[in-house]
Design a protein around this ligand. Structure first.
Ligand code: SF4
Length: 373
């Protein structure tokens, strides 16, 4: 088992309260048992643990600092964390940070520059779209504060390295053109769009039935806008579909038939499954075993049968997926989107009809361009 991404929950709380958040607002209660912030002792255990993993596995892995909101660590503890990590992780082992952008300061940016940490910011589009769901604890929109953070980032002398991209959750009621123009206007070099969390038992926001195609239609419009743009900003999700359709491989879970080794380290040092599973039911991301970095060696955990079973979740098992003409590109979507109370993960993606619409459009564009038979 080779791990390619270690996602570290350095803070278990957040400074804002996005209404769609799978950590706090979709029924999972795991955050209540976690320390607010990763302690200095756990940070030391983390760096020792990653240093051991680096020796135990041949392939480099990426470390993503995540939350809650990772910048709730504050500058002093963030510096401690980055110093500890960079002492054991050479530059071939990328470190990045996923933030809501509200707490970005010059001091934070200087630290990230110093320790070579790329920053990706979550924002869903123009103010009226972003502020529908991305709100603070008083319910006020966060758009302006996020844009202020992005402006600081864009103007930093090391922005070319630091500003890794934007992450945006799709609102199927929005206009994709407006969203794309807004995000492009924020000077990013790449955008990643995400489907909303949801499953067969609890349909995602904006999806009226399993057969409906609200998200597929939105993504098809985005694809057409993207293809027509002479100076496009990379859209990872669409690039992966086009690349896989042309015989290449994707770069991130949720598309294609590649397996990704993703491990989550919680703020108390315990190991968990992919945190997006939390959106299905309380504790869906928990292993039966309680592994902790303080005492367990990561490479040994990654080679247990429980971990292998979790890893295999990426493989769609439903008969519909396994006889589907789009399987090699779609990959059955993200495991969290396959879940239902009755069949667990043995279903196609709840976004199946959307994926079919989008992939067939991508294929027809490639054929029209003479890039595909
Ligand atoms: S398009 Fe639907 S049936 Fe085909 S692989 Fe994707 S989720 Fe499965």
């Amino acid at each position: 088992m080779q791990i390619d991404t270690i996602l570290v929950k350095v803070a278990s709380r957040c400074n804002i309260n996005c209404t769609y958040c799978y950590i706090f607002n979709m029924g999972d209660e795991g955050w209540r048992d976690m320390p607010n912030l990763m302690s200095e002792e756990t940070i030391k255990d983390l760096s020792r643990s990653l240093s051991q993993l680096l020796k135990d596995q041949d392939v480099p892995f990426a470390t993503v600092l995540h939350g809650g909101e990772p910048l709730m660590l504050g500058a002093r503890r963030l510096q401690h964390l980055l110093r500890e990590l960079r002492e054991v992780l050479p530059l071939a082992y990328p470190i990045s940070l996923q933030t809501n952008g509200v707490l970005i300061t010059e001091e934070i940016l200087d630290l990230c520059s110093n320790y070579r940490v790329g920053i990706s910011i979550s924002i869903d589009g123009p103010k009226e779209i972003n502020d529908k769901f991305r709100v603070d604890k008083q319910g006020r929109g966060t758009y302006q504060k996020v844009v202020d953070g992005i402006t600081l980032l864009k103007n930093h002398s090391d922005a070319e390295f630091l500003y890794a991209g934007l992450l945006s959750v799709i609102d199927p009621d929005s206009d994709p053109e407006e969203v794309y123009r807004c995000l492009k206007g924020l000077g990013t070099k790449s955008i990643d769009f995400l489907y909303r969390d949801g499953n067969h038992t609890s349909l995602p926001y904006g999806k009226s039935s399993l057969d409906s195609t609200e998200y597929g239609e939105w993504l098809v419009k985005l694809l057409d806008i993207y293809i027509a743009d002479k100076t496009p900003v990379k859209i990872r999700f669409l690039d992966d579909i086009l690349r896989i359709a042309l015989g290449g491989i994707g770069v991130k879970e949720g598309l294609g038939d590649n397996f990704y080794g993703i491990a989550i380290i919680e703020a108390d040092g315990s190991l968990a499954k992919n945190d997006t599973l939390k959106s299905n039911f309380d504790g869906a991301d928990k292993f039966d075993e309680k592994w902790i970095i303080q005492t367990d060696r990561l490479s040994e955990v990654f080679n247990t049968s429980s971990f292998a079973e979790y890893y295999k979740l990426q493989n769609p098992t439903s008969r519909m997926c396994n006889s589907c003409e789009y399987l090699a590109i779609c990959g059955g979507g993200m495991p969290l989107h396959r879940w239902s109370k009755e069949n667990a993960y043995d279903n196609p993606s709840v976004y199946c009809s959307d994926q079919k619409l989008l992939i067939s459009r991508a294929i027809s564009i490639l054929k029209k361009e003479g890039m595909l038979q």
